[in-house]
Design a protein around this ligand. Structure first.
Ligand SMILES: [Zn+2]
Ligand SMILES: [Zn+2]
Length: 123
């Protein structure tokens, strides 16, 4: 039986890798992929990609960077959704600018991105 290198748990015989660790790593990769683009968004050099059910829908979701089909709130992107762009300033301009859950996740990711930047600068 295989033992997972990351968590030390036995890997079931019918599996090639430890499932919980794969999921965690996937989330970590997805998180890491947001850091650099988010810093550019914060600096005003890049805008967030928004997805709405129509041009007139008032609360668009926000797409994850480096992903074609996922949003910050976990909703899968449907090809019917209308893509647009939104600046960090616009997102911050009021509570009604985007999906509540997307905003919550985005703000947490942005805080992490800015903390990592500070660490990188002082290191
Ligand atoms: Zn594991
Ligand atoms: Zn959302």
């Amino acid at each position: 039986m295989l033992i997972c290198k990351h968590c030390g748990q036995p890997v079931p015989d019918n599996r090639l890798a430890c499932e919980p660790c794969l999921v965690l790593r996937g989330e970590q990769d997805r998180h890491d992929a947001q850091m650099e683009p988010l810093r550019r968004v914060h600096a005003g050099a890049l805008r967030l990609i928004t997805l709405a059910t129509s041009k007139t829908a008032n609360k668009p979701h926000i797409q994850l960077f480096r992903s074609d089909n996922e949003t910050y709130c976990g909703m899968r992107v449907n090809s019917r959704y209308v893509r647009d762009r939104m600046s960090w300033f616009e997102v911050q301009s009021g509570p009604e600018t985007c999906c509540k859950e997307c905003r919550r996740m985005l703000e947490a990711a942005m805080r992490a991105a800015l903390v990592e930047k500070r660490k990188a600068v002082t290191a």
